[in-house]
Design a protein around this ligand. Structure first.
Ligand code: TRP
Length: 336
């Protein structure tokens, strides 16, 4: 709670350009949530998390700024909401260090995302990757977040955050708010266009598998044309038709229509026509975001100002919690 209002915090790693999946599954829901006047919202550009996998420095810098501009372009008001770079608030790694000392190896060993990522980057299984969830716990607990909108794949990290917070509170009294996970209303999980049994991912090697938020119209239409479907030829919303189901999900997310409305609309049409309609819906959804993104890219001073003000705002709240934690643990305050 901050100033009597509920607090929400979420974020994405700044690694590469985000996809239609990140947008429909997370960002679009954040925009809806941030319209609620009774919630204080924090959205992080989680660049500290990004370096758990090796990054090219110039790309990392560019990805982080693009992500910030996309948050704003997608509709998050950077004055009402606090949109900040994780690396601009040193309280994050500081609290993460402290929480590391209240987290067990066994707990981290159980994390399925660590196992997946370790398998994928077997040449660089660093300790940052191992303690990644502890940094995420620090992100959340610093702001005393009540609500954390996350995808299903992050639920385990949220559970461990609650465990760490409860453990700490058990020793030192009520220091941290225990956060609740929040899986968005639509809960849309957008799948790969090339293998609809896999989540759409920006790190997919096949460029046709995902739609980048900045793809132009022709690219979007081409990728949907190539989308993998099935051989049945009937438009139906069924688990055994993951390709068609995914296209319908994308269509409904972009147009706000229900699945039944979409099915009625596509009744009797072929897959080619469906793909074209979905492609157009996506183009229409992304066009205003891309336009706003372009304007922001051309206004360096405005974006810089946002970054600076929000880093200060985030630091203010984060430091409040950090000071409390340091005192509880027994660190000595710097004499005035
Ligand atoms: N780990 C999250 C992801 O990859 C990103 C993230 C970092 C995050 N810190 C967070 C999400 C805090 C919610 C809250 O999606």
């Amino acid at each position: 709670m901050i100033d009597g209002k509920k607090t929400m915090l979420s974020g994405m790693q700044s690694t590469g350009m985000i996809t239609l999946g990140n947008y429909l599954g997370a960002l679009k829901n954040w925009v809806t949530l941030s319209d609620d006047e009774d919630i204080n919202c924090f959205y992080g550009i989680m660049d500290l998390h990004s370096i758990t996998v090796r990054q090219d420095p110039a790309n990392l810098r560019k990805s982080a700024r693009n992500l910030l501009m996309l948050y704003i372009a997608a509709g998050l008001d950077p004055v009402k909401n606090c949109i900040f770079y994780q690396s601009h608030v040193p309280a994050h790694p500081e609290l993460a260090w402290i929480l590391n000392c209240y987290t067990y190896m066994g707990e981290m060993n159980r994390m399925t995302q660590f196992k997946d990522k370790a398998a994928k980057h077997s040449d660089n299984i660093n300790t940052g990757l191992f303690t990644y969830p502890v940094l995420m716990a620090a992100d959340i607990l610093l702001y005393q977040a009540d609500l954390v909108p996350v995808g299903k794949d992050q639920m385990q990290h949220l559970e461990i955050t609650r465990d760490i917070a409860n453990r700490f509170n058990g020793i030192y009294g009520d220091v941290f708010t225990i956060p609740e996970g929040y899986v968005g209303k639509s809960g849309a999980k957008i799948m790969s266009l090339q293998d609809p049994t896999k989540k759409m991912s920006k790190s997919d090697e096949n460029p046709n598998a995902s739609i980048s938020l900045l793809d132009d119209k022709d690219t979007i239409m081409r990728k949907f044309k190539k989308a993998v479907t099935d051989s049945e030829g009937v438009i139906a919303y069924r688990d055994d038709k993951p390709g068609i189901k995914n296209l319908l999900d994308i269509y409904c997310c972009c147009t706000g229509k229900t699945v039944d409305e979409a099915l009625a609309e596509f009744n009797g049409l072929g897959y080619g026509q469906l793909k074209e309609c979905v492609g157009e819906a996506v183009v229409n959804e992304l066009a205003p975001i891309q336009q706003r993104f372009k304007e922001l890219s051309e206004d360096k001073a405005y974006v810089d100002g946002i970054i600076k003000t929000n880093a200060e705002k985030a630091s203010y709240y984060a430091n409040k919690t950090l000071r409390k934690v340091k005192k509880k643990v027994g660190f000595t305050e710097l004499p005035r």
